[in-house]
Write a protein that binds this ligand. Structure first.
Ligand code: PGA
Length: 256
């Protein structure tokens, strides 16, 4: 099965509205060359409207970096899926390791957010991955199994294919220490095998990205791995020509 590659830029807490607009002015003319690759940009909440409006005539998908699972209510500081949809947002990153580590986000919260995102029409990009200590202790597979089982527990097997998963080695995020292509492939293949435990044919169609210090220099090799269906790019997505260069590195997958 041929899965379409997705290159998603996670801007984290970077770029004002004016900076987001300047990025798009430079990036959009460069980004049109690969209709076979899906591209997403995930800005801060405050830049979402600017980015959805300015990309409305382009195939670039816009994602948020988080959401609350409830539609509305007394949840100070939170934003809901329908609020994002109203702005033209199409995707949402859920369970990023920074949210888990710095803001105490739990697997149970993520378990509720996945169906809430889908119910509102948002594509969830679910992040999973192990810390350096867990990898050194040989705990990678246990951690991934626990995250995949818990985070997707509220999703029926036949709906698994609508979720995109991002496997991120937490120690590779923002450090410049990328996983080797083999390490990334092995972990992503393990995630796919976990999904296959629920439904083998659906698991073949689930898009699984790699994230962690992806740059124009390592993108081709990482994206050339058979189970890696794209990248979640942090730091390198802040620069329009660097991000465009990563997209250009994506291998061309044979259509089915
Ligand atoms: P990085 O971030 O590319 O800066 O390592 C990746 C991520 O956190 O999604």
């Amino acid at each position: 099965m041929s899965r379409r590659l997705l290159i998603a830029g996670n801007w984290k807490m970077n770029k004002t509205n004016a900076e987001a607009a300047a990025f798009l002015d430079a990036f959009l003319p460069e980004a049109g060359g690969r209709p076979d690759v899906e591209v997403a940009i995930c800005p801060t909440f405050t830049a979402l409207r600017t980015v959805t409006e300015r990309t409305s005539e382009s195939p670039v998908m816009v994602g948020a970096q988080n959401m609350h699972e409830k539609e509305s209510g007394a949840f100070t500081g939170e934003v809901s899926a329908p609020m994002l949809r109203e702005l033209g947002v199409e995707a949402v990153v859920l369970g990023h390791s920074e949210r888990r580590q710095l803001f105490g986000e739990t697997d149970i919260a993520i378990q509720r957010k996945v169906p809430a995102a889908l119910a509102a029409g948002l594509l969830p990009i679910l992040c999973v991955g192990e810390t350096e200590t867990e990898r050194a202790a040989g705990d990678t597979e246990r951690k991934l199994r626990q995250q995949i089982q818990t985070d997707l527990a509220e999703l029926a097997d036949e709906r698994l294919a609508v979720v995109t998963i991002a496997y991120e080695l937490i120690w590779a995020i923002g450090t410049g220490n990328t996983a080797t292509p083999e390490q990334a492939q092995d972990a992503v293949a393990f995630v796919r095998a976990l999904l296959a435990g629920r439904d083998a044919s659906i698991a073949e169609g689930v898009r699984i990205l790699y994230g962690g210090s992806v740059t124009r220099d390592n993108a081709a090799e990482l994206l050339g791995q058979p189970d890696i269906d794209g990248a979640l790019v942090g730091g390198a997505s802040l620069d329009p020509s660097e991000f465009a260069a990563i997209i250009a590195q994506a291998p061309r997958r044979a259509p089915e």
